[in-house]
Ligand binder design. Structure first.
Ligand SMILES: [Zn+2]
Length: 321
């Protein structure tokens, strides 16, 4: 198969965009997932481009420590939990969604959400459970209904040992120092004015696997773009300045991965992505999976606008005809 044949075969194994349209359930519009056995798996490696604070807890203490795991496959590693990946990528996906509404549809996004989904959709506490974002990431509207998430994240870990990739008190330069968020500027500065934190250094790699159930082309293309946006925004604590990444997508497949994040850690240690890529095997119970690699993945990203327009058409079949 050549590139475009493989791309067509890939799209043929995805779900139709109509599955994203909200349906009336007890007078309420809900983007109820229509579960099929189709899936899409996205595999890649994220590399930090600056300081990153993977912290799974919120706190106001004056010291922050990077999440770590000890003795995982012979190394201590920084830990980057799936819930954090999902939270940041969901917000990036919503930003993308709103921007596309305004640029494609020439409508203000709030009005568009009111018209099509019954209300504005606010992450995390006031979800509409009817929009494309809620269809993919799931949500609950208390007393009204719920839609399950179709996207699955996995915890990941640094390829590099924490002794080399985390700046700690044991390192020559020690922990970093910043101002505390809640500093009282009316009092003289003291020890309590400062915030000390560990961080993961630039150049640290985190392999990842994300699975989308009953995927449409819009879900896959939108996810790929959202990851790029999230990389620019940042994933860590104080994410406005921290936790920026560059992401290399290695494979997008219509099969389930026959490997785990742990396998990828071992392969990535060898520092040879060609070997790593050769190990990426996928299987599907439905049919022969189609796997798109490397630069070909840009073909999928290039279909985002087209896929979004077809979503707009099925949401409002009367318009634009
Ligand atoms: Zn929503």
């Amino acid at each position: 198969m050549n590139n475009s044949e493989r791309f067509d075969a890939f799209v043929n194994q995805l779900c139709d965009v109509e599955t994203l349209v909200p349906r009336d359930v007890k007078k309420k519009k809900i983007a109820k997932a229509i579960y099929t056995r189709n899936i899409a798996t996205i595999v890649g490696i994220k590399t930090t481009t600056g300081r990153f604070l993977p912290v799974s807890h919120e706190g106001y203490s004056n010291e922050t420590y990077v999440d770590k795991v000890y003795e995982l496959l012979g190394r201590d590693r920084a830990e980057f939990i799936g819930r954090k990946l999902k939270g940041i990528e969901r917000r990036a996906h919503m930003t993308l969604f709103r921007e596309m509404i305004e640029s494609e549809n020439k409508t203000e996004w709030r009005q568009f959400f009111e018209n099509n989904f019954g209300k504005e959709c606010m992450i995390p506490d006031n979800l509409c459970i009817a929009c494309w974002n809620c269809s993919l990431f799931g949500g609950l509207e208390p007393g009204k209904g719920a839609t399950f998430s179709r996207i699955r994240y996995f915890d990941t870990f640094s390829v590099e040992d924490s002794a080399t990739c985390i700046q700690t008190d044991d390192s020559p330069e020690q922990m970093a120092i910043g101002n505390t968020v809640g500093e009282d500027l009316s009092v003289e500065r003291s020890e309590a004015s400062f915030h000390r934190y560990e961080y993961v250094k630039a150049g640290t790699r985190f392999p990842f696997i994300t699975i989308i159930e009953s995927p449409t082309l819009l879900d896959v293309a939108g996810y790929l773009m959202s990851v790029k946006l999230a990389d620019q925004h940042g994933y860590g604590k104080y994410s406005a300045n921290h936790g920026k990444f560059t992401t290399q997508f290695l494979a997008v497949s219509t099969g389930y991965p026959m490997f785990s994040v742990l396998d990828m850690l071992k392969w990535a240690e060898a520092d040879d992505n060609s070997q790593l890529k050769a190990n990426l095997k996928f299987e599907s119970a439905l049919n022969e999976p189609v796997t798109i690699l490397d630069d070909e993945i840009e073909l999928i990203q290039g279909k985002l606008n087209e896929a979004f327009q077809s979503y707009m058409k099925v949401l409002n079949p009367a318009e634009g005809t």
